[in-house]
Write a protein that binds this ligand. Sequence first.
Ligand SMILES: Nc1ncnc2c1ncn2[C@@H]1O[C@H](COP(=O)(O)OP(=O)(O)OP(=O)(O)O)[C@@H](O)[C@H]1O
Length: 231
Amino acid sequence: MENLIISNLTKGYFKKRALNNFSYSFKKGMVYGLIGPNGSGKTTLMKTIYGLVKATKGNLSINNDKISFKTRKNIAFMPTEDVFMSSLTVLQVLNFYNDTFEDFSLEKAHQILENMKLSLDEKIETFSTGMRMRLKVTLCLARNVEFYMFDEPLNGIDVISKDLIKNTIISMTTKDSTILISSHALNEMELILEQVLFLNEGSLIKDINLEELRDTENKSLESLYWEVYNV
Ligand SMILES: Nc1ncnc2c1ncn2[C@@H]1O[C@H](COP(=O)(O)OP(=O)(O)OP(=O)(O)O)[C@@H](O)[C@H]1O
């Protein structure tokens, strides 16, 4: 069943088209990857879905509700930017999120933090890049929503943090939720993604099911990426 439907979405910044007539129906329970070269429109797509960026043209809806600030109650978004003040402790950030989002679960947050090997009394200003990313993923995942989006959750972090993040995203979401992850880490992401959308200059140029890719073409995601973009 589809929960998020996008039709003919175009987003222009002055003369630049960041998204160009993008249409897609996201199905419940699927794990989607969003890939493409720098500047291909991945972040703009996520920000438009979250209602942070206004579409120039086109329609977006989740469960038949037009996307607006109100539909953020159904969607959790982890942006690439930091989402907390560094002088706070983890506990203070969790409490802030708990006050801000009705659907935030402190219990779930504590469980995720344990998976992520982070403790409540630590100050964020002492965190490494990997620890910051693990906290950002925690804050997004601790909301109980239908649609989760992570913008480059594996960017700039070591293999152990990457593994923790991937495993936690998969284990802490239910079969009813849809997940959309943008990433340049193709080899690592390949293990958890089900469907992958290829963007180029704001257009959807390929949409593939990874199981089919493995079974019918016996190809890795990275080799397909080279084929698609290196022409
Ligand atoms: N606020 C803005 N003002 C003007 N142009 C913008 C703005 N945000 C994005 N763009 C442009 O829109 C295009 C798409 O950018 P976007 O950040 O969505 O790409 P991306 O695929 O996420 O890139 P990356 O992989 O580097 O994160 C780029 O050409 C970018 O320069």
